[in-house]
Design a protein. Sequence first.
Length: 95
Amino acid sequence: LEASLYPFVLRGVRLLGIDATLPWNVPGYSDDPAVWQRHRQFRLDVWKRIEQAASLEALDKMHEATIALGDLPQWTEKILAGEVRGRVVVKVDQS
């Protein structure tokens, strides 16, 4: 799936997350194994802190819905109308 973040940036949408899957030797990143290991360890530490600080109940309260990519237009209308009070996860599925 090819996509651009530009439309989200223009609309002030915050796309938050932790790059937990950064593969080795990605263009634009250092190819020094020590640097990659430090970045990997930092990501693991962040995930550990989240695990310790956030209860499953709190995470459940933040989650509004998980939707298919095709459902995004109607959910966009709901979000812009202020009818959504939580995180909406868009499942990008190519099947």
